[in-house]
Each structure stands twice: as C-alpha cells, then as structure tokens.
Design a protein around this ligand. Sequence first.
Ligand code: HEM
Length: 430
Amino acid sequence: MSDESAEPAADPAGISRRGLLGLLGTGAAGLAVGGAAGAGIAIAAGAGRSEARSAATYPFHGAQQAGILTPVQDRLHFAAYDLPANATRDDFVGLLRDWTAAAAEMTQGRPIGEGAIGDLDRPPDDTGEALDLPASGLTITVGLGPSLFDHPEHGDRFGIRARQPALLRPLPRFAGDALDQARSGGDLCVQACADDPQVAVHAIRNLSRIAFGRAPLRWSQLGFGRTSSTSTSQVTARNLLGFKDGTANLKSEDPGTGAAVWVEAGDDPAADWLAGGSYLVARRIRMLVESWDRAQLGEQETIIGRDKGEGAPLSGGTEFTAPDFSEIAANGQPVIAADAHVRLAHPDHNGGAALLRRGYNYVDGNDALGRLDAGLFFIAFQRSPEQFITVQRALASDLLNEYIKHVGSGIWAVPPGIAEGGYLGETLFA
Ligand code: HEM
C-alpha cells in the first residue's frame, strides 16, 4: 500500500513553519485557524488556490517515494547532479543518507538540522527562506541515472554495474531531437514539487548545498504550473498552448495505474532492488509559442485532436468522453486526424503503453530574437522505459512537431520508498 496517494495531512505536529511564527505573533499577515488538535495552521490573508492547500503534508516514509502518484502540486524545481570521477561508494551512500535526513524534515515543513537560526558562530544548517512557510505539499523524489552504474569515462565507480537495470540506458535518439547536453542527463535527479514555489526552491537549494563538493549541480529547471492531474479529485490544468492537459492521464484512483507505474519484483532479475520503484523520464520541450499563436483555432484543435474550450475529443462528447478514432467526417477524413497528438499517443495506438504524466509549464525568459523561451517540462513515470520509448517513437509524425522542439532529456531509475531509519536508494546497496 502506497503512502503517497493518501490524503494530505495537516502538519503532524499541528504547527507549520508559518503557523509557528504566526503563533509567536511575528507573521503579521497570517491568520491562525484552529486545527484538529487545537493548534494553529496559518493561512495567509488573501489566500488563493495555492494557499488553500498549503497545509498539505505528505508522508516521507513509505513503500513508494512520494511525488509520483501524489496529486500533482502547482510548482516544480527539478535538478540533476553529477558525482565526481573520484567519488567512492561511501561518498555516494553518505550523500544519499544526508539527503534522506534533510528531505524527511523539509517534506514535513520543518527546517533542516538545527535550523536557520541559532549559533552565531557558524553557517546555519538551513538556508532559512522557507522558515515561515508550511510544508505546502512538498514531495522530494530522487532518481538514479544510468551513468552511476556505467559511466562512459569513469566506469563502475561504485561497484554497482552488475545491478544496473537492463533497461536503464540513455534514451535512444528520437526524430527531431535537438538536445542540449548541458540540460540533459545527470547521475542523480531530484524532483521537488510543492504548492509554493519558494518551498520547492528551498528544497533544491538545500539539497544542492548538502551536495556541495560531493555532487555538483549539473542543471535545474523551474516549473510554474502543473500540466497534468494524477488524481480524479483534481481539475484539469492547461499547458502553454492553451489546451487542457492531463485529461486522459493515468490517475491514482484507476485500478490499472499501479501496474503501469511500479516496477515489480521479477521484472528484471538483476535489479530486484528497484521493485516498488519506477522510471522517470524528463524532456524539456520548447514550444514555438509565437508560431502557435498565429495558427488558426481549427488547425490547433486538429493538431491536438481535442477542442480548446472544453477539452473534449473532436469525435464528440465532453472532456472525459473516450475518443472515437474510427469516426469519419463528411469529407471522408477521420474526425480525429491520423497524426493528431492524442491519436498517436493513445495506448490503443501503442500496444497498451500508458504513462503517468507529471509535467510543468516553464518560461525561462526569452531568446535573442525576442521569442519566449517557453514550453513544457515533460515528466513521466512508468514501470519500464519502453513505455515512454514506444509513445515517443509513435509521435515521430505528430502534427504538433511543427510547433515544439525537444531540447533536454534524461532518464533515471526511481528507487522504492524509504523505511523509517532507512535511506534513499538503500536497497541498491543491500
Ligand atoms: C509540448 C509537448 C506536448 C504537448 C503540448 C502535449 C499536449 C497534450 C494534450 C493537450 C493532450 C490532451 C489532453 C490529455 O489527455 O492530457 C495530450 C495527451 C497526451 N499526451 Fe501529450 N503533449 C506533449 C508532449 C507529449 C509527449 C512527449 C508525450 C509522450 C511521449 C505525450 C503523451 C501524451 C499522452 C499519452 C496523452 C494521452 C493520450 C490519450 O490517451 O488520449 N505528450 N498531450
């Protein structure tokens, strides 16, 4: 039973970081609301959508890592790290242990170690910018890249090559790939999701600080709006093309989702340590939004295969009506075009391959031509990398390709969840 699909809980101590300050009377804008235990959970004045969920806290320990089936939070900070050539197995395990301790605190809305204030004679253990904020639904999900097991230059640094999952290999090249290696790959990845951007950034900043000198940051990506739903309780969000995204996503409540997402014992005899884990694929997909914004609405809908307002399939019905790919229009053409995105990506077109999508919108300023550097930071979790590879290959003829470009990429194995007293990735070293 996964802990992570559980309903979010209020802070177990009943007092969030912000609540604590509110109760101390230092949070001028905070309004303390009586919690179940009679303690305060503060909600900022003028609370909006994010603030309404700000008290959510997901368990850090459990059979699976949180941040996969967890209802997608509003904000993302994603980071990839490389261990140095001379790092030892002890260095690697030491880092994972230190990250575990810090993540266990931060996800519960608590500062790291002795906190951000205290001893004036040394740098604080916690950088402090989340001190007055609640947990905000923070989840921290860690993945292990293929280069940890078999690095092109450093080989088998950690003595784990024999345990490399057979399918944990760099992704094949796909049609149209324009990947920037400086924004791709990495020995380790961390996905920090929260309903408050500062909480997500605080998590990555502090994990990077803990990794200083041990695993330098290779690249990182901020995401400011979810583009999917992973629970039927969530309203479908929109991507930067203006379309609802996540309608046909796997949802935690669907009976088949676990079998599509979690690695089972026996899937890979060399990698039983990964049972209860998953594979994370990330793709930084630039959208050519200026061109898209000049495309007629009819063309936009033909490309996606759904209408823009309601998100319903062009074959009819409402948002959650199943698309009818066999329907033919009066002109003899399929109503949902042969190369429409949803037709090519649909499991029926891919031997049943389904993905748990968990991506985010991003805008990273603009390029030298004055075009927004905007797009989708696509994240998908799956039981086998073959699921992503199958769907991405099918998308080679996607009508959408005229308006998008894949510019970053990575794949990581996500170890199972962490037992109390254990550490991230422990089963790999057992
Ligand atoms: C910028 C790039 C992309 C955009 C704008 C985009 C947008 C959309 C939209 C609007 C939908 C329909 C709503 C929904 O069911 O979620 C959709 C569906 C879907 N997309 Fe994408 N997508 C992109 C890239 C990808 C990639 C790279 C993959 C996987 C390799 C993918 C896989 C899927 C799948 C599996 C569905 C559901 C299809 C179905 O079962 O009906 N998408 N996407």
